[in-house]
Write a protein that binds this ligand. Structure first.
Ligand SMILES: Nc1ncnc2c1ncn2[C@@H]1O[C@H](COP(=O)(O)OP(=O)(O)O)[C@@H](O)[C@H]1O
Ligand SMILES: [Mg+2]
Length: 443
């Protein structure tokens, strides 16, 4: 359990005068925690985080930032990605590099501006100020990067963005811990909206960057005409049932590790399960992996508890003109009502404290499985999925999957019948346009 100590009171440290001035205006009075003790917006464990060094520069020299934050984001669709990468030339790579060079700092500036609009007491949280500085630093390095005129310039940009991708793998645990620690300082729905748009934007930047890195690599290797099954990260012909089977194998192994060799439910397909569609494979596998793992985990627990045999998992695929709908129907007992109410939240609920404790032991969090490995070694997302700790339950599988689904214009709906089972609907939009949510966030 997280214990609060008086140390928390001294963690504000010596701040620049401009910030202490601002503090006086903000609501920095202690609030009562769940444990009835006084908190100043952070808990003892946060003291492990690096000291806050947010400086006046961030608040008073914002002109450059606002110049970018006022620019609209230019959303990209899966089709555009696929089309652009079909035939590569030096000019196309240079053009793409300049798009990345402009778009990344713009997208970062939007999120930095969001952070600046949070109550100051929240941004002073050590995790949040760490993330803030990381963003600000990345924003500055990108905005100062000169125009790309040659492939050599592009190589330099690729090195920078790879480095930034790696540094940002610590953003998710930090920001989730930061909002949990700030739960008493701001409405938790607002905090959830903040984290949601931060994650959504993070996906968007990562997709742009990865696509550019992959195209650069292809050109270097002489693969200029792409007629294969994927263009960069976009798989053009994902076979619905095949991907479900692959993810089920892996989810089954993870659950079997936790439940000492317990078998996993048989999968029965119905509907348009032979449908092929275009999507970013790692994103689709992430969502499927989480949904299947939940269903298998619930089934194994139920069997252990009751001794009843496993019931099959029914996977229905429905191919409509504008979307592909997957329904996963299990009979593993459904979701307990106390869990259902905060199922989609990062910030609230009794389970958030447990999440905080676990995240503290997790310096990095791969938003897509194997994120760090894939940046370094460009491994396939599936092989690196196996590196996930099998007993790690953060209560973030569904909220993260929702971010991915909605990012590409789809959605996830969970219908739980307590005591009986769950129906999870995953809607995939065939348009695959980056969600406008990234831009139109109202925190
Ligand atoms: N199909 C399901 N059957 C029963 N419970 C489920 C199912 N899917 C999700 N849950 C419940 O919802 C919780 C949250 O799921 P998730 O967001 O994936 O986080 P985690 O699995 O890490 O706890 C699970 O811990 C479990 O209690
Ligand atoms: Mg889960």
């Amino acid at each position: 359990m997280i214990v609060l100590t008086s140390k928390t009171r001294h963690s504000s440290r010596v701040l620049p005068t401009c910030l202490t001035r601002r503090t006086a205006l903000s609501s920095e009075s202690p609030t009562t925690s769940l444990f009835g003790k006084k908190v100043f917006g952070r808990r003892r464990n946060s003291d492990k985080a690096p000291p806050s060094t947010v400086s006046s520069r961030h608040f008073y020299q914002n002109e450059a930032l606002m110049g970018y934050a006022n620019r609209p984001i230019r959303p990209v669709s899966l089709q555009q990605f696929a089309f652009y990468g079909r035939k590569l030339t030096d000019e196309k790579i240079i053009h793409s590099a300049n798009f990345v060079r402009q778009e990344l700092p713009t997208r970062m500036a939007h999120r930095i501006h969001d952070m600046q609009r949070l109550p100051y007491s929240i941004i002073r949280n050590p995790h949040m100020s760490h993330v803030y500085e990381l963003y600000y630093h990345s924003f500055n390095s990108l905005r100062k990067f000169p125009k790309i005129r040659s492939l050599d310039d592009n190589d330099k940009l690729c090195n920078l963005v790879k480095d930034l991708l790696l540094r940002h793998t610590e953003v998710v645990p930090r920001v989730v811990m930061g909002v949990i620690e700030s739960a008493e300082l701001m409405d938790s729905n607002r905090l959830d909206r903040f984290i949601y748009s931060l994650l959504s934007s993070r996906i968007s930047r990562r997709v742009l960057t990865e696509q550019h890195l992959t195209m650069t690599n292809s050109l270097k290797e002489g693969n200029v005409t792409n007629t294969g099954e994927n263009v960069g990260q976009v798989f053009l012909q994902l076979h619905a049932a095949d991907v479900v089977r692959q993810c089920a194998d892996l989810a089954g192994r993870l659950v079997s590790d936790v439940h000492r060799g317990c078998a996993t439910p048989e999968i029965i397909f119905e509907g348009d399960s032979d449908t092929k569609f275009a999507f970013i494979e790692s994103h689709f596998k992430y969502m499927l992996g989480e949904i299947l793992r939940n269903a298998f985990e619930a089934a194994a627990s139920k069997t252990e508890r009751t001794g009843e045999p496993l019931k099959p998992l029914l996977v229905t695929v429905c191919n409509t003109p504008h979307q592909l709908i997957f329904r996963f129907s299990d009979r593993a007992g459904g979701i307990p009502s106390d869990v259902v109410q905060d199922l989609w939240s990062f910030a609230k609920g009794p389970r958030s404290l447990l999440r905080h404790e676990k995240l503290e032991q997790l310096p990095f969090f791969d938003a897509v499985a194997g994120e760090r490995e894939s940046i370094n070694k460009r491994m396939s997302s599936l092989s690196s999925l196996t590196s996930r700790p099998s007993d790690l339950f953060l209560g973030m599988g569904l909220p993260m999957s929702k971010v991915y689904a909605e990012f590409w214009g789809g959605k996830i709906v969970v219908k739980s019948m307590e005591g009986f089972g769950c129906d999870v609907f995953l809607h995939i939009s065939k348009l695959g346009i980056e969600s406008a949510f990234v831009e139109n966030t109202s925190i």
